[in-house]
Unconditional design. Structure first.
Length: 147
């Protein structure tokens, strides 16, 4: 490890990620990432050569058997299932885009990647690969894996 010093434990934790070996394969291209949430950010941003984006991931989450556990409002989940891009509509209306939630501690998030970042942090007792989050990860893999 390097000898850099940081003002907060959080900054140190985030810096330590840069020293990790990437172990999370993108669901749709050959890139690898040091965190699962980093891979989801890559997809949400539309930077992946697969052209998967935040809306595609929201649709996949909405149709997942466990999907209701990840949406604050059932109406948002249903709208996304019907092909309505709730994230874009809420942004255009200047309203809060908080539509996702942690199934364990109910924190609310604007993006699926934010929920995964939360799960990866010490702030949440949920673990990647377990419970509803693990089932969603499996569903995302089965729905989008193209490598």
């Amino acid at each position: 490890m390097c000898q850099r010093h940081f003002d907060t434990p959080s900054n140190l934790i985030h810096h330590e990620l840069t020293h990790r070996t990437p172990v999370y394969d993108c669901l749709a291209c050959p890139r690898t990432f040091t965190t699962y949430s980093g891979m989801i950010i890559h997809l949400e941003s539309g930077a992946c050569s697969s052209r998967i984006d935040a809306y595609d991931l929201a649709v996949t989450t909405a149709i997942c058997f466990q999907g209701a556990k990840f949406f604050i409002y059932k109406s948002d989940q249903e709208a996304i299932k019907q092909g309505i891009d709730m994230l874009r509509e809420l942004r255009e209306q200047g309203r809060s885009t908080l539509i996702f939630r942690c199934p364990t501690c109910d924190h609310k998030f604007p993006k699926l990647s934010s929920m995964f970042m939360h799960v990866e942090s010490p702030a949440c007792p949920q673990e990647l690969g377990e419970g509803a989050v693990g089932k969603l990860q499996t569903w995302l893999f089965k729905s989008h894996f193209q490598n």
